[in-house]
Design a protein around this ligand. Structure first.
Ligand code: PXP
Length: 261
């Protein structure tokens, strides 16, 4: 199973001071030494962390494959097509959100997704879509001829944090939820079953299957039990651990968990 390390969070720290420290390019060496199989970045429309020049520098300073997450905005798509990452993952974007909150609405944006895929095909860039774990969505993605998916594990991670991490609100809406542990266990089980069903169907369709969002050193265990996942994309928890042990070690720790599955 491949590990994509999302390094947006390094740029978040840099932007807190708006100086070039930590230097995102320096992190590439340590990501490689830690065993990252891929670098994942998100060029957001508001450029709140990763900037255009970061994309160019990252592409030219590492031989690791680059997974560039992007919205369906025309300027962003043209930028991606010009600079040719290995794979582009289409994600929904909302300026108000702290982080990507849900999967891409394939039905609503079918035309735009089809156009983006055509543009990426022309430029030899693989297309992936970040989607909520829903089997009807997998069918729609298949019909569009897209063979790479990333399943959104954020909802699973939120329920896990509420059950085992003492989080008593959904992290996105900050709504206090009066919900028992029994109910949370049922919800967690339901979410895992949804992810598993999607993985099974996507595998049947021969897709490359990535998962990501909110995954950490604890909640990853249930995900690793699901067979046929090809790739994980993890950012926040790895960069958070790096503060204490360094990014190389933090990646090695995650790789160790993955290799034990
Ligand atoms: N995958 C996608 C599509 C994302 O948008 C993100 C967050 O930028 C991640 C994976 C990584 O999520 P996290 O930082 O919560 O590990």
């Amino acid at each position: 199973m491949k590990l994509g390390v999302n390094i947006d969070h390094i740029a978040v720290l840099r932007e807190a001071r708006q100086i070039n420290d930590p230097n995102i390019i320096d992190s590439l060496y340590f990501c490689k030494m830690g065993g990252a199989d891929q670098i994942t970045i998100h060029l957001r429309e508001d450029r709140r962390h990763i900037k255009d020049k970061d994309v160019l520098h990252i592409l030219s300073h590492t031989n690791l494959p680059i997974n560039l997450e992007c919205s369906l905005d025309k300027n962003i798509l043209n930028f991606v097509a010009t600079h040719k990452p290995h794979i582009a993952t289409l994600v929904p974007e909302n300026r108000q959100e702290v982080t990507t909150e849900g999967g891409l609405d394939i039905t609503k944006f079918e035309d735009d997704i089809t156009k983006a895929k055509k543009l990426f095909d022309k430029n030899a860039i693989d297309t992936s879509v970040f989607i909520d774990p829903n089997i009807d969505t997998i069918d729609m993605v298949y019909k569009l001829g897209i063979t790479n998916i990333e399943l959104h594990t954020g909802h699973y991670a939120n329920i896990y944090a509420m059950l085992y991490g003492g989080l008593r609100h959904s992290s996105h809406n900050i709504k206090e939820l009066d919900i028992s542990n029994e109910k949370l266990k049922i919800l967690l089980d339901k979410e895992l079953k949804k992810i598993k069903a999607c993985v099974n169907l996507a595998k049947f369709y021969g897709m490359h299957i990535a998962v990501g969002h909110g995954l950490n050193y604890q909640n990853i265990s249930n995900i690793l039990e699901i067979k046929d996942i090809d790739e994980l994309n993890i950012g926040q928890s790895i960069i958070a651990r790096s503060v204490f042990v360094g990014i190389e070690q933090a990646i090695k720790d995650m790789k160790d968990l993955v290799s034990k599955r």
